[in-house]
Design a protein around this ligand. Structure first.
Ligand SMILES: Cc1cc2nc3c(=O)[nH]c(=O)nc-3n(C[C@H](O)[C@H](O)[C@H](O)COP(=O)(O)OP(=O)(O)OC[C@H]3O[C@@H](n4cnc5c(N)ncnc54)[C@H](O)[C@@H]3O)c2cc1C
Length: 255
């Protein structure tokens, strides 16, 4: 199929851009490999904000799913309103030429191609991760029972958001942050204020602790850490019990 514009991805920019170009008379194809609305609507801002202030996890996950569905339908309606010049193709776009993509075995060409493929959770190269169960920022949002103890690797915005959320759901929460503060991009005063709030809520933040290895134990996951470098966002994992070794000292706790 030929078009004036092909937009790959229906996230924050893809949808309004595709809709407005079609409304302005251009022939537009928008291609989406996953759910309409991208990260923000499905596994990012909207579902986390729905969950963060609440207390009963299973009911909250149902409510989150209902709100995500509602927003996803809203994105679909926005595309429909753009009229006949906008075509949605559900599938994975793959470049097969300079101005040509293939989706579901069919080729589509356009003068302009816009790549709005967004973000995915990053899995850090921590030894042993393949041998234990872990969650990332998307899969953690489908957990219906709060884990007894959640270890969060990384102390950035998303890590802190899930740490606080699961503490409020009733989990013991330990945040392993390799930088000297949580939210390392913020001013020190802001970091310290957030750390105080977290302490008062019973969240344990282990600072200057880079997770280097994880290992399956007897009904527990052992997290080994070391280092004292600048922080970076990480992934999130659920465990029943935690042992962690930091800076050569071994601390073991049963929950
Ligand atoms: C847990 C979490 C919480 C967040 N909270 C906030 C917040 O509070 N405030 C804030 O401002 N930001 C927040 N963000 C960040 C925000 O969600 C993203 O910055 C934003 O959604 C990025 O939008 P985007 O349009 O660039 O990409 P996305 O929304 O990721 O959209 C890209 C789309 O492209 C599709 N796609 C990818 N490859 C292909 C392909 N080859 N073919 C077809 N389709 C493809 C994907 O399926 C996806 O739907 C959060 C993110 C996460 C993960």
């Amino acid at each position: 199929m030929n078009a004036d514009v092909i937009v790959i991805g229906s996230g924050q920019t893809g949808v309004p851009l595709a809709a407005r170009l079609a409304e302005a008379g251009r022939e537009v194809i928008i291609v989406e490999a996953g759910h309409l609305g991208g990260t923000c609507v499905n596994v990012g801002c909207t579902p986390t904000k729905t969950m963060v202030a609440s207390a009963r996890l299973a009911a909250i996950v149902d409510r989150k799913d209902a709100i995500v569905q509602q927003w996803r339908k809203g994105v679909g309606r926005r595309l429909e309103r753009a009229g006949g010049k906008l075509k949605l193709i559900e599938g994975q776009a793959r470049f097969v030429g300079e101005r040509e993509v293939e989706v579901n075995g069919e080729r589509h060409r356009a003068e302009t191609l816009i790549v709005n493929v967004g973000a995915r959770p990053h899995v850090p190269p921590v030894a042993g991760l393949g041998g234990v169960e872990w969650l990332d920022s998307s899969s953690i949002m489908d957990v219906r029972e709060p884990p007894e103890h959640l270890v969060v690797m990384g102390g950035g915005y998303i890590a802190c958001e899930f740490g606080q959320m699961f503490r409020r759901f009733g989990s013991n929460v330990t945040i392993m942050q390799r930088g000297r503060h949580l939210l390392p991009r913020e001013d020190t005063e802001v970091c310290e204020a957030i750390e105080e709030v977290f302490r008062s809520e019973g969240i344990v933040a282990v600072l200057g602790a880079e997770v280097v290895e994880v290992e399956k134990g007897d009904g527990e996951v052992v997290v080994r850490c070391g280092g004292d470098r600048a922080g970076r966002p990480g992934i999130h994992r659920g465990v029943r019990r935690l042992s962690h070794q930091c800076g050569g000292r071994i601390r073991r706790r049963r929950l």
